[in-house]
Write a protein that binds this ligand. Structure first.
Ligand SMILES: Cc1ncc(COP(=O)(O)O)c(C=O)c1O
Length: 464
């Protein structure tokens, strides 16, 4: 006897229904309207969980800079604290205290100045993008105050960046109506940022100039020290006082551990603010960044708001109000758990994996790393000329194995150069790297083979 299909609304789910035999999962999930009735937590969990299987495996996501593996203890702390709202500082004073400790520790790593033992100047954010907006705004405000003091026009602010800037800075300029002046990258400069060209674009309306410690495109550490020397000359000559902001979204949690002698931070005279992502090489799960100022004098008081509706006087400088406390807690866990040596060891291990990848790619004879002096655990490479396939095809082939290795072009002035990028994060160990190399070699072999076959077909005599 055939069983008639029962309309789902006619039958209610029962607790003991088998999860895939009950009513709840007998139709597709509602996409546009809230369902009329409840379903059991078990069914709802299974529904959402199953859909998420279609996402890529985050551990094989070599595209992202953001953490994809965290320790079980960090996970536990995060699950214990996701219900604490970061903004409720009066209600959760210890979470607020922990945020302040992180600011102090990060400021110390960046050689920030603490005026007469006061707390360092900085705050947590949801990521580097929010931190960029806050630091950018402080630059704009400081510039405006100076201009108003001089009785000069304040309607045409500009900000000077390299063309390899991350999109957060383009947003910053659009959202806050600032002209973005772009230094082009060129093949002659080795696709690198040329600090000399930055100075050429500055004038009295420049609120600041940007240097990136670890660009999104190639992982290059831009030469902040050279830029600082140039800005010193320029500011002395013009009297403009144009500051440098360092976007250290990635490098800010690497350089202090792997290159402590490298001067890129508040040791430099004109570097007044820095953003860094805690969720990148700070090794926290997504959702935390840090906006840091050299000292309190660079953060305009007018941008700090004071609210009293949570009890007590609460200063706030953020674009968001509510935000979970768990990421800040996890940042502090990492700082305590790993210490300087722990961070150094992890980053060094990831850098060693990157060197292994670079050597293997060079041996393959088809790839050329873009950055020769690799400082970050990231390899960006282009293919040599004259091959019958491109980076996009390699990226596609790697997807068959689950690897997510992005292929993209360099910024608009070098758009003809297409590259692949692998970020070696904690959890992408030597063993996984050997498997990636194996799969890259297989992809090359297959693509060469397909290229040969295509050539044979195209050169075969046409039969009419
Ligand atoms: C150089 C740089 N700046 C800013 C960002 C934005 O960071 P977040 O994702 O933390 O907002 C990124 C992200 O990759 C980046 O690479």
């Amino acid at each position: 006897m055939l069983h008639k299909r029962v309309h789902q609304d006619d039958v209610k789910s029962k607790e003991d229904d088998p999860v895939y035999g009950g009513r709840a999962l007998a139709s597709s999930a509602s996409k546009y309207n809230i369902p009329q009735n409840e379903m059991t937590p078990r069914d709802a969990y299974q529904l959402v969980h199953d859909e998420l299987m279609l996402d890529g495996n985050s551990r094989l996501n070599l595209a992202t800079f953001v953490t994809t593996w965290i320790e079980p203890e960090a996970k536990q702390l995060m699950s214990e604290t996701f219900d604490k709202n970061m903004i409720d500082k009066d209600e959760y004073p210890q979470t607020a205290e922990i945020e302040m400790r992180c600011v102090n520790i990060i400021s110390d790593l960046f050689h920030g100045h603490t005026n007469d033992q006061k707390e360092a100047c900085g705050c947590s954010t949801i990521g580097s993008s929010e931190a960029a907006m806050l630091c950018g705004m402080s630059m704009k405000w400081n510039w405006k105050k100076r201009r108003v003091g001089l009785g000069k026009d304040t309607t045409k602010p500009n900000f000077v960046v390299g063309s390899d800037v991350q999109v957060c800075w383009e947003k910053f300029c659009v959202y806050w109506e600032i002209e973005m002046r772009t230094v082009n990258m060129s093949q002659e400069d080795g696709y690198k940022f040329n600090p000399n060209k930055v100075v050429e674009l500055c004038d009295e309306n420049t609120i600041g100039v940007l240097a990136i410690l670890g660009t999104t495109y190639t992982g290059e550490y831009q030469d902040v020290k050279a830029l600082d020397t140039l800005m010193e000359e320029y500011n002395t000559k013009t009297g403009f006082n144009i500051p440098i902001h360092v976007d250290a979204a990635s490098g800010g949690f690497i350089a202090p551990f792997l290159d402590p002698e490298l001067e890129w931070d508040f040791r430099l005279k004109w570097v007044n603010s820095i953003n860094v992502s805690g969720h990148k090489f700070g090794l926290v799960a997504p959702g935390v960044g840090w906006a840091m100022w050299k000292d309190w004098s660079f953060l305009p008081e007018e941008l700090i708001f004071h609210v009293n509706y949570l009890g007590g006087d609460m200063p706030t400088f953020a674009l968001n109000f509510s935000r979970p406390g768990s990421q800040v807690i996890a940042q502090y866990y990492n700082l305590m758990r790993l210490g300087f040596e722990g961070y150094r060891k992890i980053h060094q291990a990831c850098l060693d994996v990157t060197f292994y990848l670079r050597d293997e790619l060079e041996k393959s004879g088809i790839a050329e790393p873009i950055v020769k002096d690799i400082k970050m655990p990231l390899i960006a490479f282009k293919l040599k000329d004259g091959l019958s396939y491109d980076v996009y095809q390699i990226s596609d082939k790697l997807r068959y194995h689950g690897w997510q290795v992005p292929a993209y072009t360099l910024p608009k002035d070098c758009k003809e150069v297409a590259i692949l990028r692998v970020v070696a994060k904690e959890g992408f160990d030597y063993d996984l790297a050997t498997l990636l190399v194996k799969h890259i070699k297989e992809a090359i072999f297959e693509l060469e083979d397909e290229g040969k076959k295509a050539k044979v077909i195209s050169s075969a005599p046409k039969v009419c």
